[in-house]
Design a protein around this ligand. Structure first.
Ligand code: MTE
Length: 447
């Protein structure tokens, strides 16, 4: 579904939950400040909270006790009303969204994840972003086959049943499209984090390690340098992956977040290539060929290359470098009143683990370490939180990640100095959200 009116006016009406309501304050009013929270509250920040919450805790009676709501007096719905559970009807605004006008057809298109409304590090499967080159298909698993050929002793064809009887692993990894944040290479083009960073998801993937399948087929390790992964959809998506990645942590996956992969995500089989850009995570996977040179397929010779300032194209830049973004407060939201806010966001690195996240409220002049809400797993999105008291001043909110290799996420000006502004892919620059004195938050670019 697209909401063209909101988007083309350059203003996104925040979803009800995405207003930064004094949620936390309300919940503290209702429940009191627990010990763990009290440990976090210090100095001006603690006094601000006490000032905001004191009256409510002391004086007001609970309206739900005085005025018992109807749901406390009825027989609720029966157990099988929703044989497959659905979100509350009050959450109907939290959906994947297309960016109107971005693509010419709805099949070769993208629908973005509402990052501003997510908690923790797992993306609900129904909100996982979608990026298809020629629409999605719902394949009959009993008719699906997966083949391994090329530089192997015994070319093999597997049924789904055979694959699902093999030893499996479950691993949590992020999936980020190489084109995520593409619209930010030029001017700040889109108003919300859903559109700037919403081609990003985190899931638990289950399947057979690719290394095991290649071993079963008798891979010729002396000659094998690359694999080609091929999808069964109409786009004939094919991608070259180097053999080090293939033998390391790739998974031929059928499970996502505890159930079968959703059709939009490649049911019944997709390749999981941890840390590598999304296009290599071939969906509806039907074949892997082992070879001794890169295949220069259509999806890697003319697309998914980086146009450099000197006019040359950079090819096979697969790894998603360390990146982070504040998801709330973020563009399109509004701070309703002064006081405490939990600045929250996501950080990730295709090269390893998130080691440190810092937050700045003044456009990068001063940095403060954020809390990493573990576990921080390799090649997985990691949640961070930062306690902030807004006193009504204009603020420039930024986050900056350092990964386990020591790499520090660059400011936009630093990235552009190397890459220019004509790229589409691999924009991992620091994102800035300006909080105006009115409390409105907007996407801005500094420098
Ligand atoms: N695999 C096939 N077979 N067809 C596709 O169109 N899109 C690729 C990749 N795998 C694609 C594909 C791209 S560009 C991305 S970013 C990811 O799948 C998106 O995965 P998702 O739709 O599950 O988010």
């Amino acid at each position: 579904m697209s909401d063209s009116s909101e988007h083309t006016q350059g203003h996104v009406r925040p979803a009800p939950e995405s207003f930064i309501k004094p949620d936390l304050v309300a919940s503290i009013s209702a429940h009191g400040i627990d010990d763990e929270r009290r440990g976090l509250l210090k100095g001006a920040f603690a006094s601000a909270l006490v000032a905001m919450t004191g009256k409510a805790v002391a004086g007001e009676s609970d309206p739900n006790i005085v005025n018992v709501p109807e749901w406390s007096k009825i027989l609720g719905k029966s157990v099988a009303t929703n044989p497959y559970g659905l979100p509350s009807k009050y959450e109907a605004n939290i959906i994947r969204r297309q960016s109107p006008g971005l693509t010419q057809t709805d099949q070769a298109s993208v629908a973005f994840t509402p990052l501003q409304s997510m908690f923790g590090m797992i993306t609900p499967s129904g909100l996982h972003f979608e990026r298809h080159h020629q629409g999605w298909v719902d394949i009959d698993p009993s008719r699906h086959r997966f083949m391994i050929n090329g530089l192997v002793k015994t070319p093999m064809v597997f049924t789904m049943e055979e694959l699902m009887r093999m030893p499996s692993v479950s691993r949590m990894h992020f999936l980020e499209c190489g084109a995520n944040t593409a619209l930010e290479w030029g001017n700040s083009a889109v108003p919300t984090v859903q559109y700037t960073h919403g081609m990003l998801s985190g899931s638990e993937w289950t399947g057979v390690p690719l290394s095991l399948l290649l071993e079963r087929a008798g891979i010729d390790l002396a000659k094998a340098k690359y694999i080609l992964a091929e999808g069964a959809d109409g786009s004939s998506m094919t991608r070259t992956i180097n053999i080090e990645n293939a033998l390391d942590d790739c998974i031929v996956a059928y499970g996502q977040n505890g159930e079968m992969i959703r059709p939009e995500q490649g049911y019944p089989l997709r390749l999981v290539v941890p840390g590598v850009q999304g296009v290599s995570w071939v969906k509806w996977l039907r074949r892997i060929e082992v070879g001794d040179q890169p295949y220069a397929a259509k999806d890697e010779a003319s697309h998914y290359v980086d146009l450099m300032p000197d006019g040359m194209q950079r090819q096979y830049t697969a790894i998603q470098e360390a990146k982070s973004v504040i998801t709330s407060p973020s563009g399109g939201q509004k701070l309703m009143n002064q006081g405490y806010y939990c600045v929250t966001g996501l950080a990730w690195s295709g090269r390893g683990v998130v080691k440190k996240v810092e937050v700045s409220a003044d456009g990068g002049r001063n940095w403060h370490e954020a809390r990493i809400e573990g576990p921080a797993l390799p090649k997985m999105i990691t949640r961070f939180n930062f306690d902030w008291v807004w006193k009504g001043e204009e603020a420039l909110l930024q986050s900056r990640v350092t990964d386990s290799t020591g790499y520090v996420q660059p400011q936009r000006t630093e990235l552009i100095a190397v890459r220019g502004t004509r790229s589409i892919y691999h924009n991992n620059a620091i994102q800035t959200w300006r909080v105006n004195q009115s409390g409105e938050v907007e996407n801005v670019q500094l420098g």
